[in-house]
Design a protein around this ligand. Structure first.
Ligand code: MN
Length: 128
């Protein structure tokens, strides 16, 4: 399982550091984007095996970035897990409606985070 590239789209430094530390400790490679626009660009250039997408971002939000990634033939197959603030249940409702492949809430629970990454990567492989 080691070595898959995971793109983290997150504008909060602490959350980015946590995601990076956990993912690299588990043997994944990490690409990072701090805006939705940058996430769309890096997804197209690096074609990661999984994307973790924050909802609240400067510029376009996580749902618009999701739509652009899904609308690009190069990236439309990549599983995308939504990351929402647990204090904002309406964010999760919007992201569920948009059709994300998985959901995580912040603050991040490490065990849930690691399982969501591993499970979504495993499903992605099955579909490919
Ligand atoms: Mn954010």
């Amino acid at each position: 399982m080691a070595g898959e590239l995971v793109l983290v789209v997150e504008d909060n430094d602490k959350n980015m550091k946590l995601a990076r530390d956990v993912l690299t400790a588990k043997g994944y490679r990490v690409a990072e984007a701090v805006t939705g626009e940058e996430g769309v660009k890096i997804a197209h250039e690096q074609v990661p095996q999984l994307i973790l997408m924050d909802y609240q971002l400067p510029g376009i939000d996580g749902i618009e970035a999701f739509r652009q990634i899904r609308g690009d033939a190069t990236t439309k197959h990549i599983p995308i897990v939504a990351v929402t603030a647990s204090a904002m249940p309406e964010e999760e409702a919007k992201m569920k409606k948009a059709g994300f492949d998985g959901f995580l809430t912040k603050p991040i629970n490490l065990k849930e985070f690691v399982s969501a990454v591993a499970d979504t990567l495993a499903k992605g492989k099955g579909a490919a």
